[in-house]
Design a binder for this molecule. Structure first.
Ligand SMILES: Cc1cc2nc3c(=O)[nH]c(=O)nc-3n(C[C@H](O)[C@H](O)[C@H](O)COP(=O)(O)OP(=O)(O)OC[C@H]3O[C@@H](n4cnc5c(N)ncnc54)[C@H](O)[C@@H]3O)c2cc1C
Length: 417
């Protein structure tokens, strides 16, 4: 399959942003993706596609961009082998290609539920278009759905199912939903929203078995305490695992993610990596972090591409992510550490929780109906980027609505700059 200056493996925002940055700089790129389409934005899969199976799935590249012509996209091409010394990639078709520099952006895999009966039909996971279409199809005929996992994906699926008229129960093993990175008051707001839509949320509960009728169809989920929840279908959203096997088999350093520095370098000088597959050690960090979000994946891909081109760049962004459920949007920025104290600002309709270490803002998360909460949270991200100095008294007197908070954060960011 020839020799290429730049090879990119993946079909999500990280691969897409990397190929874009390389091609926009005038380089020729070959992009290999296992899926049947060019890199796309999978964040719509748990919302629009579940609600409207015919919804279009956006590509991450603008259609008319002239640099697209420099990217040779090979869809349906899974890379199964990497030889960093020979600089070759081998595909599942048995072809191999040589590269000068490669970027790995294979994303992550949904963590599997491993209980009796959990293999087989009507147990769904959500990662790609095919998964979303299968779940959406299930919503058209299932009456009762059990969602295993009260994280972001599980709750987005629960919201879409409820809006499609399916009876939904969410089972979460921890004491509360959204236990990772979402402050308790925001999670409580989301729970109340689900309950208003008729979704039942059961915390401190874990499945022990998926029950099936003699014909193999799912009939229910038995919990560890013996309770049986009747169900025609199950969606599992219990986290993701980075796809590191290709890198690991090639001898690259991995530890719950392909290990990269803040510029996307792996342990081999000609191989870079980005996105959900990586654990990135940002400047000044001793432990790496997996960010698992759309914006971080894209920026990491871009940073790695710049480094591949010999330019200096590194990932210094304050991470942010969002989740859409019903008419509500949750936004979060920064990384809360266990020693952070939480301060609730905002209003009951649009609460915002600040995480502070000492007097320094390290993270902020908010929720509200409509997209309005995005503005104060993104502005809080600018404060974090500028060093995190906030005056809580001033924030409390700002009025508390999203627009006033956004203005107060912007002023604080300007004052720190
Ligand atoms: C349903 C859903 C909803 C989400 N919603 C949000 C949201 O609201 N907000 C947010 O911030 N984030 C959200 N995320 C997370 C966000 O989509 C991911 O963080 C992001 O897609 C990661 O990008 P990536 O490029 O690293 O990997 P991915 O997007 O997973 O792309 C990896 C690609 O590589 C391909 N691939 C894997 N292995 C190989 C191989 N060996 N050879 C060739 N190709 C390969 C895969 O098929 C896939 O196309 C959501 C994720 C999902 C699944």
């Amino acid at each position: 399959m020839g020799r290429h200056p730049y090879a990119v493996v993946g079909g999500g925002p990280a691969a897409g942003a990397a190929a874009r940055a390389l091609a926009a700089a005038g380089a020729d790129v070959v992009l290999l993706t296992a899926e049947d389409r060019p890199p796309y934005d999978r964040t719509v899969l748990s919302t629009e596609v579940l609600l409207h199976p015919g919804a279009s799935v956006p590509e991450v590249w603008p259609a008319a961009a002239d640099w697209r012509a420099r990217i040779q996209v090979r869809t349906g091409t899974e890379v199964v082998g990497l030889d960093p010394e020979a600089r070759t990639l081998t595909t599942a078709h048995g072809d191999s290609l040589t590269y000068a520099t490669a970027l790995l952006a294979p994303g992550a895999e949904p963590r599997r539920l491993s209980v009796s009966g959990s293999e087989g039909p009507s147990i769904h996971y959500l990662r790609d278009v095919a998964d979303a279409l299968a779940i959406s199809h299930t919503f058209g005929r299932a009456r009762r759905l059990v969602v295993v996992g009260g994280g972001v994906i599980g709750l987005e699926v629960a919201a879409a199912a409820a809006m499609r008229g399916v009876d939904v129960e969410v089972v979460e093993a921890r004491a509360r939903v959204l236990g990772r990175g979402v402050p308790a008051p925001i999670a409580a707001w989301i729970v109340a929203l689900h309950e208003r839509h008729g979704v039942r949320i059961r915390t401190g509960a874990a499945p022990d078995a998926v029950q099936r009728s003699p014909d193999g169809a799912v009939s229910g989920v038995r919990l560890i305490d013996g309770t049986v929840l009747p169900a025609d279908a199950v969606v599992v959203g219990i986290g993701i695992e980075p796809r590191e096997h290709l890198a690991h088999a090639a001898g690259l350093a991995c530890d719950d993610g392909i290990l990269v520095d803040a510029s996307g370098r792996t342990s081999h000088p000609a191989v870079f990596a980005a996105g959900d597959a990586v654990r990135m050690r940002r400047t000044g960090e001793s432990l790496g972090i997996r960010l698992e979000s759309f914006s971080a994946a894209g920026r990491q891909g871009e940073v790695a591409a710049h480094t591949m081109l010999g330019r200096h760049d590194s990932f210094t962004d304050v991470p942010w992510w969002w989740s859409d459920q019903y008419d509500a949007t949750l936004h979060s920025t920064g990384v809360a550490t266990p020693n952070a104290r939480e301060v609730l600002v905002g209003t009951p309709e649009a609460p915002l929780v600040l995480s502070l270490v000492g007097e320094r803002l390290v993270a902020a998360g908010g929720v509200g109906h409509g997209p309005g909460i995005a503005r104060p949270v993104r502005a809080a991200g600018r404060v974090i980027a500028a060093g995190g100095r906030v005056d809580l008294r001033e924030l409390r007197t700002s009025g508390g609505d999203p627009a006033s908070l956004a203005a107060a954060f912007r002023a604080a960011a300007r004052a720190s700059a």
